[in-house]
Structure formats: C-alpha cells, structure tokens
Write a protein that binds this ligand. Structure first.
Ligand code: ATP
Length: 393
C-alpha cells in the first residue's frame, strides 16, 4: 500500500521550525502536490518522508507502518530531484541499472557469506541480470528513451536527462515517487510537455506520487489534490478547483491563480437598499444578497474584498449570464496580449488592479474604461486573520 500519513510532524533545525504540525493523509495511488513559496518547507517534508531527515516530533506512516526510524533504503520510496544527479561516466543503460545492481550485489554478497554456496549464487547473478535488463528496457520503452540507452548523459538534452532520471526511479518499482521541482531546469515548452508526461506516467504506473513545486500552474494541472504551504504550515489541502473557487484564506487566494486575485481594503456598510463595500477613493460596490449573511458580522468594519481578474469584463464582450449592473471606471495602464486573452492593468486612485479581457477588445493605454464586475464571484477575507468570510458562488 502506497498510502502515507504525516501525523503532527514537526521538523526543527536548531531554533528554526521548518515544519509545524504537518498533518497529511495521502491515499494510495494519489498524485499530491505540495506547493508554496521558496523556503516554506516543501523539500523538508519530502526529505523527512524519504528518511533523509529525522523528524523532531510526530509520526510518519507508510501504509500501516510507522517509519520514523526506518532507514531510507528500506522505505521503498524513489526520489527525483531538480538536478538529475545522473552518473556522467555511465551510459543511460547503466544509469538506469545502477541502483538495481547495487541492491542485488549487496544481497548476493550477504548470501555468499551466509551460504558459501557459489554455484547457486552464480545462477542467481545471471537471473538477476536478466531481470534488471527487463526492467531497464521496460522503463526505457515507457519513457521513449530506448534509442538513448547507449549514450552518456552529457550528449542528452535537458528533457532527455529528465526522462532518464525518471526512469532511474521507475526501475525500482517503488511504492511511492517523490519529485522535487523536477521540471525547473527545462525550457518553457519542454516543461509543459514533460508535465503531461509525468501525469500520464502516474496514470500508467498507478503509484503514489508526491510532487513539490513553487509553480501554481504545475500544481493546478498535475495534482489530484494540492497542499498549499506557507512558513512550514499547510494552509489548505484540497482538489484544485476547490482551492481556486473556495480558498480558505487570503494567502491561498493570492497564491493560486495567475494573474493573482485583486485585493482591496473595503468597509462593510448597510443602507436601506442593502449591503455595500466601500473602497475609499475608488468604488462603492453592492454586496450580493446571499453574501450579506456572513459579512453582516463585519458591519462598520474593514475587510479584504477580493475579485479574480477573469471576473472583470469588458462590457462589449460579456460571457453569458453575467450581471451587467455593477460597473467600475478606471484608466488602462498596461496591456499584456496573451493571444487567447488580454491582461489589462488598470489604475485608479493610486491603486492597480488587473482584468483578463477578451482579446478582441480595442483598448489603448490611457483609455478610461468602464468594466463590468461580477459581484457574484467576489471573495472576502478577515483583515486580521486572513480567513475567508465569503467565497465565489
Ligand atoms: P525551495 O522552493 O526554495 O526549495 P522549500 O519550500 O523546499 O524551498 P525547504 O528547503 O524545505 O524549503 O526549507 C525550509 C526552511 O528550512 C528554509 O528556511 C531553509 O532555510 C530551512 N532549512 C532547510 N534545511 C535546513 C538545514 N539543514 N539546516 C537549517 N535550516 C534548514
């Protein structure tokens, strides 16, 4: 069973706490992504799981077995790093076969010593080499690197090296794959391609994958679930769409999504007509009736109002069903054309915010624009704790 549990795990380096009360339950065959900014503890969590770091407190389980004190080689886990760490003097074939040979030789020497039974050991070596050959060729076929088996790493492209590194993990047929930013050395196109290959590999191998990245796009596209981390603490563990639509706090809301969600400090007020956000010197926006209940407790107080860039629209190109009543006026500062859409950066009252507009809009820098804001999709967060008060419909 490739299920994994971190239970109340702490990892301290001196007085610095890199992991605080980490609780993760990862199902067998799941693809879990750990995502978060640099230094948030992602690699440390992987290293603790692999047995490369000893945890300071708590417990880690592989299946039903607590592995706190189990050495790395007995954990049946394979790790793929950002640096491929291939042996430069060995062929691709030998790189793939290396760990298997090492393992079989160790066990063979042990057997020789124990049994003194040389003839049987000789036949065993032959059988083992045949098995290693089968496993190496099988992994090479899956990763489409059979034609590279005789080459040395230095003549391979970055993407090919990456596949060899994956292959080296695969031949061991581990219960769990750990991957630490394995795509960061690849160029943009290859990164997208290899991303898909890793997802396919996961479907094919039906093994548990834990994948570390600081890139939210990688996290969203690859993970069956995503754990967003900050300063050694998991902020939210959820399926990608729920993280996006219902972030549990302002940090997750700002981290997931590109361009990031727009945030404004807003006072909550009530009049006879209903509930309002008043954003000083910028806008007064009506709070949809169904969001008024959770925000009612904040009457007269300031909260953080959030709206994703795709929930601002050009009035000429509105998606079906968007309520057009709420509009805001602002000046176009910068436009970034992405082909399928345009990121329009607005300025008003010294504040900048961004909309993802239809690419057919004909705007120019300096234009005064009236943008439709889809308040049904609004978010609100507590200004002090950052916790979500209301999330999109
Ligand atoms: P990155 O994306 O930059 O790799 P990360 O989220 O993987 O970051 P970690 O490498 O897990 O972060 O590091 C978490 C924190 O623990 C960092 O502040 C780091 O400096 C600290 N840290 C990691 N290893 C050690 C160590 N051996 N001794 C002291 N501090 C350490």
């Amino acid at each position: 069973m490739g299920s994994i549990r971190f239970e109340h795990v702490y990892k301290r380096f001196g007085d610095f706490t890199a992991l605080t009360d980490l609780n993760l339950h990862i199902e067998d065959q799941e693809f879990l992504v750990l995502v978060g900014p640099s230094g948030c503890g992602k690699t440390t969590a992987l290293r603790c799981l692999a047995g490369l770091e000893e945890i300071s407190q708590g417990a880690i389980y592989l299946g039903d077995r607590m592995v706190n004190h189990l050495p790395p080689k007995d954990r049946d886990i394979a790790m793929v790093f950002q640096s491929y760490a291939l042996y430069p003097h060995m062929s691709v074939y030998d790189n793939l076969a290396f760990s298997l040979r090492l393992r079989s030789r160790t066990s063979l020497v042990r057997k020789l010593l124990a049994l003194g039974f040389h003839r049987a050991a000789y036949h065993r070596i032959k059988a083992t080499e045949a098995d290693i050959d089968r496993r190496v060729r099988n992994a090479a076929a899956i990763l489409d690197i059979e034609h590279l088996l005789g080459r040395k790493p230095k003549v391979l492209s970055g993407g090919q090296r990456q596949r060899v590194a994956l292959g080296r993990a695969m031949v061991r047929n581990p219960r769990v794959f750990l991957m630490d930013e394995p795509l960061s050395n690849l160029d943009a196109k290859l990164r997208v391609q290899t991303r898909t290959e890793i997802s396919k590999l996961h479907q094919r191998l039906k093994t548990t994958f834990i994948y570390v990245t600081h890139d939210q796009t990688e996290a969203m596209t690859m993970g069956s679930r995503i754990a967003v981390m900050r300063d050694g603490v998991v902020q939210q563990l959820d399926v990608p769409q729920r993280l996006y639509d219902h972030p549990s706090n302002q940090f997750v809301a700002g981290f997931i999504g590109s361009p990031a969600m727009n945030f404004f400090e807003a006072q909550v007020s009530r009049t006879e007509e209903g509930w309002w956000f008043h954003i000083p010197n910028l806008f007064t926006l009506p709070i949809p009736a169904e969001k008024a209940a959770p925000l009612g407790a904040y009457a007269g107080e300031t909260v953080i109002f959030g709206i994703r860039p795709e929930d601002l629209h050009d009035p000429q190109h509105l998606p079906a069903g968007v309520n057009t009543e709420v509009r805001i006026r602002a000046t176009v500062e910068v436009m970034e054309r992405m082909g399928s859409e345009i990121y329009v950066y607005f300025e008003k009252g010294g504040r900048e915010f961004v909309g993802r507009f239809d690419p057919r809009v004909t705007l120019q820098r300096g234009d005064q624009v009236e943008a439709v804001i889809d308040m049904e999709k609004m978010h609100a967060f507590d200004r002090t704790t950052g916790e979500a008060i209301a999330t999109r419909a």
